[in-house]
Write a protein that binds this ligand. Sequence first.
Ligand SMILES: NC(=O)c1ccc[n+]([C@@H]2O[C@H](COP(=O)([O-])OP(=O)(O)OC[C@H]3O[C@@H](n4cnc5c(N)ncnc54)[C@H](OP(=O)(O)O)[C@@H]3O)[C@@H](O)[C@H]2O)c1
Length: 280
Amino acid sequence: MNKKILIIGSRGMLGQDMAKFLADFNLILWDQPEIDITDQNQINSKIKNLKPDIVINCAAYTDVDGCETNQDLAMQVNGSAVGYLAEITKKLDAILIHISTDYIFNGQNKDGYEEDSQEIGPLNIYGQSKLKGELLLQEKIDKYYLIRTSWLYGKNGKNFVETMLKLAQENDSLKVVNDQFGKPTLTIDLARQIRYILDNNLDFGSYHIINETQTGGISWYDFTRKIFELAEIKINLQPCTTAEFSRPAQRPAYSALINTKLPQLRNWQEALSEYLEKVK
Ligand SMILES: NC(=O)c1ccc[n+]([C@@H]2O[C@H](COP(=O)([O-])OP(=O)(O)OC[C@H]3O[C@@H](n4cnc5c(N)ncnc54)[C@H](OP(=O)(O)O)[C@@H]3O)[C@@H](O)[C@H]2O)c1
C-alpha cells in the first residue's frame, strides 16, 4: 500500500498505537517539535510540501483540568488548529481523520448519545475547545471522519488504569466516583477500528468508537473495581460522589457514546483484561 498517511500527535497515547496499525502504509509521524498545529503558516507549508493522501490528527491538549487554567491554549490546539488542518487538507484534496470526545455532549442523557445527537453542551473548557474543533472541521472540509471516543487508556500514556494501579500501591483504601458514567476504550481497539473505516472506504461523517458496556455506560467506580479484580489487588475500595471529589473542571454525569454505524468492538471487560495481561 503506497498511500501516504500523516499522523500528527504521533507520540501521544493514541498516536503511537495508530502508527502500529498503519505500519504497512507510507507513514509520516509528526508531533511536537516537528510541527506545532497552532501555527497556521507552519502547517500550510509543511503539509503542502508533504502532500499526504490522509491526515490523522491525534494531537490535542488533553489535560481536562489544565484546560480550565490554560483556556487560550486549549481553544487553539483543540479548536482553531483543527480548522487550519481542515483547510490545508481540503486544498490537497486529501482526507482528514480527527478525534473528538464524549465531553462535547451535555451529560444529561442516561442512555447516551448517538452520532447525530443534537444534545450538544460541553460542561468544561476541554469539551468547549473540542466542540470548536468539530465545528471547524465540518465547516471547512467534506472529506472527513470525525471519530468520537471516550475514557481512553493504552500502553503509551498517562491514563486512569495506571493511576488506579499506582494509587493502590500507595494506599490501603480508596474512594472513586460512582456517579459519572461512560465507556472506557482501549487505544489499540480504537486504532484498529479507524483502520477498518479506511480499509472499507466508509462514508465520510461522524463515528463513535468505544468498547461496549451495558446501556448508559459504567461508572469510574465500576471500572476501578474490575481493574483491581483482574489485577488481583486487595484494597478497601469505596464509592463516592462527584461532590465529594472536587476538581477544577466539571465532568458530565452521563456521557456514554452509542455506536450505530460500525461493527461493535469487544466489551470493556475483555479489553481491560487484555490490557492488564498482555499490553502493559
Ligand atoms: N485521553 C482520553 O481519555 C480521551 C478521551 C476522549 C477523546 N480523546 C481524544 O483522543 C485524541 C488522542 O488522545 P490521547 O490521550 O492519545 O492524547 P495524548 O496522549 O495527550 O497525545 C496528544 C499528543 O498531541 C501533542 N500535541 C499537543 N499540542 C500540540 C501542538 N500544538 N502541536 C502538535 N502536537 C501537539 C502532544 O504533545 P505533548 O505531549 O508534547 O504536549 C501529544 O504527543 C485527542 O484528540 C483527545 O482529545 C482522548
